[in-house]
Design a protein around this ligand. Structure first.
Ligand code: SF4
Ligand code: SF4
Ligand code: SF4
Length: 281
């Protein structure tokens, strides 16, 4: 693998994450407000309109269908926040010469299904018209308030407690919230992705016994060969597997595009930026 390419990709991802964190911090909450709005209206027997929230939700879902979960891997403020917390924890452990505590992959695989339960619970609460009574427990609301410099958290103490628990989880497991609890992640993971951007690996070129890409993957995904279509809804499109593989075996869907992952990343980032601007986020 070309080390220069890896360096460029890692820096590009960090730059996109920082830019999106600063300029587009509320996209994930806007999209999820769209989900809540839809089920609240359906539960109340009222018509579902095209609000700014539903527009963001629909646009992000279409984007994810075409480009995969690039939004999650590169642009979601809460996902980036989790990445920063985890990176800080690992760095501190290294400095202290301690082995970072890590959730076992067996437990991680089991907990992956929790996000669907969280989504179902919220959808049911919206449908039953009782979601407003749960609002103070949302860690997303607390995060958004803190991110905006609003520290009047009086009615959000339970949400603050949940956020603090999530912080611990983010330390011991990369993408802890995204993988196990995010209801918006549950929605994204159920969407199909066009094969152009889904990832696959040239298994026949793999080093014997190697599983470096799966170990590095924050979602614990075992990539499949080109000709074996796989459900990749849990792939955050962070591209860390590509950066890990010493043989350069991992690439985006179409064989003719192999080696152009950097350009495809730039293209997806540009498309997402245009989408944000079009939506007026
Ligand atoms: S899974 Fe949820 S929190 Fe994580 S990056 Fe995606 S939308 Fe954001
Ligand atoms: S490491 Fe690869 S397979 Fe795993 S989430 Fe990131 S892009 Fe997807
Ligand atoms: S890191 Fe590369 S060589 Fe190792 S299993 Fe993954 S694709 Fe194969």
């Amino acid at each position: 693998m070309n080390k220069y390419d890896k360096k460029v990709r890692v820096r590009l991802r960090a730059a996109i994450q920082v830019i999106c964190f600063i300029f587009f911090p509320s996209v994930f909450t806007a999209a999820f407000s769209g989900v809540k709005y839809i089920f609240t209206r359906i539960g109340a027997g009222e018509a579902v309109g095209l609000t700014s929230f539903t527009s963001v939700l629909i646009a992000l879902c279409i984007y994810t269908f075409v480009f995969g979960r690039f939004f999650c891997g590169f642009a979601c403020a809460f996902g980036s926040f989790g990445d920063a917390v985890h990176a800080l924890y690992v760095t501190v452990c290294k400095k202290l010469k301690k082995k970072p505590v890590k959730l076992s992959e067996i437990w991680a695989k089991r907990l992956t299904f929790l996000k669907y339960a969280v989504l179902a619970l919220i959808v049911l609460a919206c449908f039953g018209g009782v979601y407003s009574q749960m609002q103070g427990i949302s860690p997303w609301d607390v995060f958004s308030m803190l991110r905006a410099g609003n520290f009047a958290l009086g009615g959000y103490i339970p949400g603050l407690a949940v956020l603090l628990l999530l912080l611990i989880g983010m330390c011991v497991q990369e993408r802890f919230f995204c993988r196990f609890f995010c209801p918006m992640g549950a929605v994204f993971s159920l969407l199909p992705v066009l094969p152009l951007f889904s990832l696959c690996r040239d298994r026949e070129n793999c080093i014997k016994g190697c599983s470096g890409c799966t170990k590095k993957c924050p979602s614990g995904i075992e990539l499949v060969p080109q000709d074996a279509p796989a459900a990749q809804g849990n792939c955050f499109m962070c591209l860390k597997c590509i950066d890990t593989c010493p043989k350069g075996n991992i690439h985006c869907g179409l064989p003719g595009l192999k080696g152009n992952e950097l350009w495809l990343t730039l293209m997806r980032a540009a498309a997402l930026l245009l989408l944000f601007l079009w939506l007026g986020i």
